[in-house]
Design a protein. Structure first.
Length: 637
């Protein structure tokens, strides 16, 4: 089958009708106006049925995995409506002119006209009803049996791995699987974009950019929070943030456990990003076990801890079963900003891997079935050299499982339970997971060394924006090398060793178009797929990303994946390993954003793609590696 752009598929009936009209005209048999009117009406009915079917189905299904077909059919429908009105307005005018004259009995019409009209109406109603019922059946089923991991601590060691594999399969997109997937839940309307506590004591925060004294005071904490998730601009009523978010839904919420922060009373605080202020939830008990780190850890008495949560419905009401992937990647972006801002302010930050999310949720007073605790960050001035990069397993007893997870948010609640420490703290044995294939020796393409930049990172975070239009100018190879070096730089806590960086070079000076694996040890590229012609490669990249031009027009597309064997062998278990991999993918994506901003380039993270086509794009084996995230890069258009 010859591939065609989607706009040609949509316009094909119009083009065929136009060709037939021209053919008749060339043979001296130009059709009468009435004939053109009839054919335009038939085309209009066809486009109307398609538009109604697509729109009603996807609205009932509450998602748009191929989100631009609907409006393209809508444009074609508008064109046909305009043509139809041109032909019929005179008739309408004559009808109203005749209404001023004495009314005459209308002549009898042949019976077949009314029967055909009736059949056409019934057919249109039936098509719309079928689309609605199909979408409703796909989007409203009960989720009680969606995942095996709504279970709690009594589950066998392999249960989290099975839950992760099941969730990843159910939340994957594919052209063949558009009508298949996880039973859904009624997500309801979108919750408020900001969480507020109007009756609690409030602490106003200093304006961003006022903390430069390298100590953990109120100004430094304010800068840190603002540069993580703060509102950096308001456009057309949309509050843009310091870190990007899928669909601009911003599920992340930040809380602060202040122990010894000059200028701030000790206690638990919630950060109100819209007003840049802290709301005091309650006092912090000195013996609150939820805020303990493992015994003997040098960070046990950190002056402040930041707890990151996600309001599941903010993302889920739009992205449904894929929401957990998106909100973790979004949080990864924010956590990378937090670490970069902390370093710029002279603070040390540490992402804890072992923490009691259920205990933290209780301490914060949040409903864990609706707002899950996903990350814990420590803040201090000095980092002892003996502090490990990844904490050991916790010594406290795991909390009981989520209450009635299946009835809450379906697979989202189940996968959150599977990635929590309540499930298991035992990694899966290496023999239980198929190891990644050992690649044969390849000729590596050495990347040029480029000096690292030392810009004002706080200013760059504040100015960062997603760029979706790129110039056709190729990207210099040294610039690509600098971005890759930034992505793999050893700074901050490394949450996961499972991440792999592949890229699709679409327009890079000195590099043949193709797919490459980045080798950070040698700072080199290993060719993986370079047989496709450049135009075909660009079309394949665009198609894999649900036909988004932001990917098809970029100079480079980074494809971030996780090695499944490494993920499953995470010290805290495969469920936690899955969470860590998605957070790490978001952190790498934010490094692309910041390096692009520093070098005057444009970047955009993309979480919507066909998983199977994304793997094929960079020659990955889905049995061994899962694609988690895209990031587009290019010169600003």
């Amino acid at each position: 089958m010859i591939p065609m752009p989607k706009i040609l598929w949509v316009a094909l009936p119009l083009l065929l009708a136009l060709a037939l009209l021209v053919l008749h005209w060339l043979h001296g048999r130009a059709p009468a106006r009435q004939a053109v009117n009839i054919w335009a009406s038939l085309l209009l009915l066809g486009y109307l049925a398609t538009t109604a079917g697509l729109g009603i189905y996807w609205v009932a299904n509450q998602q748009l995995p191929v989100f631009d077909w609907h409006y393209l059919f809508g444009y074609a429908t508008l064109l046909l409506v305009a043509l139809h009105l041109v032909f019929n307005l005179p008739r309408v005018w004559r009808h109203f002119r005749r209404a001023e004259r004495p009314v005459r009995p209308a002549p009898a019409r042949p019976g077949w006209v009314s029967r055909r009209g009736l059949l056409g109406t019934i057919g249109l109603v039936a098509a719309s009803g079928a689309a609605f019922l199909l979408g409703r059946q796909r989007g409203r089923q009960d989720a009680a049996t969606a995942l095996p991991a709504a279970a709690g601590i009594a589950a066998p060691a392999q249960m989290p791995l099975a839950a992760v594999e099941r969730f990843h399969a159910l939340s994957s997109h594919s052209r063949a699987g558009v009508l298949a997937g996880a039973p859904g839940v009624a997500w309801g309307p979108a919750p408020p974009p900001f969480k507020t506590y109007p009756v609690l004591p409030r602490q106003a925060l200093p304006a961003p950019g006022t903390a430069r004294d390298s100590r953990i005071g109120l100004a430094a904490l304010a800068d840190l929070l603002w540069h993580s998730v703060g509102v950096t601009a308001v456009r057309a009523g949309l509050h843009l943030r310091a870190s990007p978010s899928s669909g601009a839904l911003f599920s992340t919420e930040l809380y602060v456990a202040a122990r010894a922060v000059p200028g701030l009373a000790a206690g638990l605080w919630h950060y109100d990003a819209r007003s840049h202020a802290l709301d005091r939830l309650r006092a912090l008990a000195p013996d609150d076990p939820a805020f303990d780190t493992p015994a003997g850890d040098a960070w046990r008495d950190a002056p402040a801890l930041v707890v990151a949560t996600a309001v599941f419905r903010r993302t889920g009401h739009k992205y449904r079963d894929r929401a957990y992937r998106y909100l973790l990647a979004d949080l990864g972006h924010a956590l990378e900003n937090l670490q970069v801002a902390g370093a710029a302010l002279g603070l040390h930050t540490r992402l804890f891997t072992a923490f009691d999310e259920a205990g933290l949720a209780r301490s914060l007073g949040v409903d864990e079935a609706e707002e899950g605790v996903l990350a814990l960050v420590g803040l201090r001035l000095g980092l002892p050299p003996e502090a490990p990069a990844i904490a050991a397993a916790p010594t406290w007893l795991p909390a009981p499982p989520l209450a009635d997870t299946a009835a809450a948010l379906g697979v989202t609640a189940a996968i959150h339970a599977a990635t929590s420490l309540r499930a298991t703290a035992a990694p899966v044995p290496a023999s239980a997971v198929q190891p990644a294939a050992v690649a044969p020796p390849q000729s590596a393409i050495a990347l040029p060394a480029v000096a690292a930049l030392a810009p004002d990172w706080l200013r760059l975070i504040a100015a960062r924006r997603s760029v979706r239009r790129y110039a056709a100018t190729p990207l210099p190879l040294p610039t690509l090398s600098a971005v890759l070096a930034r992505m793999t730089a050893a700074h901050g806590t490394r949450l996961s060793a499972a991440l792999r960086i592949d890229l699709v070079a679409l327009a890079v000076d000195g590099l043949a178009p193709g797919a490459y694996r980045h080798d950070p040890a040698r700072q080199a590229l290993l060719p993986r797929r370079i047989a496709l012609p450049p135009a075909a490669l660009r079309d394949a990249a665009r198609a894999a990303a649900l036909d988004q031009d932001v990917v098809g027009d970029a100079a480079v597309v980074f494809v971030l994946s996780a090695d499944r064997a490494t993920l499953a062998a995470d010290p805290l278990g495969p469920g936690r390993g899955y969470r860590h991999a998605l957070l790490e993918a978001g952190r790498l994506g934010e490094r692309v954003y910041l390096e692009a901003q520093a070098r005057g380039l444009g970047a955009c993270g993309v979480g919507a793609f066909y998983d199977d086509e994304a793997a094929a794009l960079v020659a990955l084996d889905p049995a061994r590696q899962w694609v988690l995230h895209f990031a587009a890069l290019g010169l600003r258009g």
